[in-house]
Structures are given as C-alpha cells and as structure tokens.
Design a protein around this ligand. Structure first.
Ligand SMILES: [Zn+2]
Length: 59
C-alpha cells in the first residue's frame, strides 16, 4: 500500500481483511504517522460512541 487508505484502516479494525492485506496495512502503519493517528482516532471515536466523522480524512 503506497497511498494512505482510510477505508483499509476501517476494514482492518473490523477484521475484514485477509491476512495478506492485513500485513500490508500494518506495514504501512509502521511507516505512516498519519494512518497511525487515524487508527487512534477511529478507535477513540468508537469507544466514545461519537459519529463516524474523520476530519483528518478530508486533508
Ligand atoms: Zn498512511
């Protein structure tokens, strides 16, 4: 995964990716602070039950 894919991040958190894709996304997360922040934000939003709006995604 060269480009950031927030859709893939959501699928990863939902455990809807196959193993190959999972590793690909995790590898990207390792290198990409934007996606790490996004995962943090998604996780936090889900815990607090707020709506699924991701201001960071608009960038
Ligand atoms: Zn990224």
């Amino acid at each position: 995964m060269i480009n950031c894919s927030f859709h893939d991040l959501v699928l990863l958190l939902d455990r809807k990716l196959d193993l190959d894709k999972q590793l690909e996304v995790l590898e990207h997360l390792d290198r990409c602070s934007i996606c790490r922040d996004a995962v943090y934000q998604i996780t936090r939003d889900r815990k607090t039950g707020t709506s699924h709006t991701f201001p960071i995604f608009a960038a």
